[in-house]
Design a protein around this ligand. Structure first.
Ligand code: PMP
Length: 359
């Protein structure tokens, strides 16, 4: 029996996509071989690759002056590649530090450029995102890096900051679940393994004018301009993840595209937040309501013992992946694009039943 999988990533993917991939796995489209056995220079793979790229652009509504890159190394490699490529001598990168992932982006990127925190949410316990007027951009700042959704803290930017420098966005955990104001961004990136497919590929959208100015004094794999010029086939791309991403994107399009996915994400997360709010404090969300994530809903029960019992009951009801992040504890329900409404309803039912039995 298929579980309702609330894992933070890798995570649930559409069943139809898994079944289609299974049916095509051994003999891809009558070629007599699996897609993962054939040359990435073959016309068959090329069509898969270019289709996935075109879908990434169209589903996300990326303007024509952005290039789409499929890269290895996950979002983590982007933490380093961004300052390496984008910063020119004398320029600095500003970072909104809103939790664990943005903190990693800043720390890791600092090996490769002069970066600083333009806002740090430590004083508010990382319970919310900043407003624009709280962000302090210093001189010679080339970009402001934001993490659109903090996967561990369970907070998101409802509105992206309106600042005088271009934004760079880590969208790993709410990628293509929301539309974005492209005119404010120079670059957005994220790993595929939450909303878009299996682990193994990062998708970076970069403005073409940025590519013209990127640092060329880097090893080839580290250069955005080379990947863009070669349509992300400078070297052997992660063919299977890219193929799967193409399928998930086609599935998203069939669901009605980004507007439908975005409104479903709001509805699904609201169901859980309403259950928390209606629980008279039995379930407690540490997150400021104005910054509530639509993807990762974090909450706690009155005691750690009850957390454990709740998770055990969830397991008996065919739900998995609800345990909070290892350092955060509690419960985290990740409601990515492929999580069906029925899964969220099952969770909300569990919350009500468990509270009646234990309050
Ligand atoms: N940023 C965010 C917001 C994330 O959630 C993650 C992974 N969970 C990362 C970056 C790191 O991504 P990767 O594992 O693809 O390097």
């Amino acid at each position: 029996m298929r579980k309702f999988n609330f894992s933070a990533g890798p995570c649930t993917l559409p069943l139809e996509v898994l079944q289609e991939a299974q049916a095509e796995f051994v003999d891809f489209n009558g070629t007599g071989m699996s897609l993962i056995e054939m040359s990435h220079r073959s016309s068959t793979y090329d069509a898969v690759h270019m289709e996935a790229m075109a879908l990434a652009r169209s589903v996300f509504g990326a303007p024509d002056d952005f290039s789409v890159l499929f890269l290895g190394g996950g979002a983590t490699l982007q933490f380093a590649m961004i300052p390496m490529n984008v910063l020119r001598p004398g320029q600095r990168g500003a970072y909104v530090v809103s939790g664990e992932w943005s903190s990693k982006a800043l720390d890791d990127g600092s090996h490769h450029g002069d970066l600083y925190a333009a806002w740090d949410g430590k004083s508010v316990d990382y319970k919310r995102m900043p407003t624009t007027d709280e962000i302090e951009i210093g001189p010679n700042t080339r970009y402001l890096h934001v993490t659109s959704n903090e996967t561990i803290g369970g907070i998101r930017f409802n509105d992206f900051p309106l600042v005088d420098v271009p934004l760079i966005g880590d969208m790993s955990s709410d990628y293509m679940s929301r539309s974005i104001p492209w005119e404010r961004f120079d670059l957005v990136y994220g790993g595929a393994q939450k909303n878009l497919g299996p682990a193994g590929v990062d998708i970076t959208f970069v403005r073409n004018s940025v590519l013209e100015e990127t640092n060329q004094d880097l090893g080839a794999y580290l250069r955005y301009d080379i990947h863009a010029a070669k349509n992300s086939m400078y070297n052997t791309p992660p063919v299977f993840p890219i193929y799967m991403v193409g399928k998930v994107l086609a599935w998203m399009e069939a669901q009605g595209g980004l507007p439908v996915i975005e409104s479903l994400a709001a509805q699904k997360s609201s169901l859980v937040y309403e259950a928390i709010d209606a629980s008279d404090g039995f379930y407690f969300s540490p997150v400021d309501p104005a910054s509530r994530s639509h993807m990762n809903v974090v909450f706690r029960l009155p005691s750690e013992a009850l957390d454990g019992e709740f998770l055990a009951e969830a397991g008996r009801r065919n739900m998995s992946g609800l345990k909070g992040y290892r350092t955060a504890g509690g419960v985290r329900a990740s409601l990515y694009n492929a999580m069906p409404v029925e899964g969220v309803q099952a969770l909300v039912e569990l919350m009500a039943d468990f509270q009646s039995a234990n309050a």
